[in-house]
Write a new protein. Structure first.
Length: 146
């Protein structure tokens, strides 16, 4: 019987990540030449967790910060997105055993849109963003925060 790992378990194992690799040739047409950083799940979690109340960040900004941190040209869009989604689904224990709630609603998609895949969907995130003073606009059938 295979035991499914929780998102928390996945967050804490790094599988040799973070690492910087050349951008695969097949992707150069879309993203250019250079290197990309494949971040660890914990790095993505920590960047999302640091976004203060009343502020938002896009996944592109997280990718750029990761690239800068590791001296790479870009941050990997695929793994950063996967780890962001995983980060939404777990809370971590801080010193003293208190749960630290992940403020996932402060991380928006690259275009500034709310991510419908995050817990609670668009409506829940809209409520959480508005509670922090953000105005959420409906734009061409997409909801954008900011």
């Amino acid at each position: 019987m295979v035991v499914k790992k929780s998102w928390r378990d996945k967050l804490l194992r790094n599988k040799g990540l973070s690492r910087v690799e050349p951008i695969p040739e097949k992707n150069e047409k879309n993203v250019g030449e250079g290197t990309l950083v494949i971040p660890s799940p914990l790095e993505v979690y920590e960047m999302m967790a640091k976004v203060p109340e009343g502020k938002v960040v896009t996944i592109s900004e997280i990718r750029s910060a990761l690239a800068k941190k590791h001296g790479a040209t870009i941050g990997c869009p695929l793994t950063t997105g996967i780890f962001a989604l995983g980060s939404c689904k777990c809370n971590r224990r801080r010193g003293g055993g208190k749960n630290e709630k992940m403020p996932y609603w402060r991380t928006l998609k690259s275009g500034g849109e709310i991510n419908e895949k995050y817990p609670g969907g668009i409506e829940r995130q809209k409520l959480l963003l508005e509670a922090e003073g953000h105005r959420v606009l409906k734009k061409r059938q997409k909801v954008c925060g900011g």
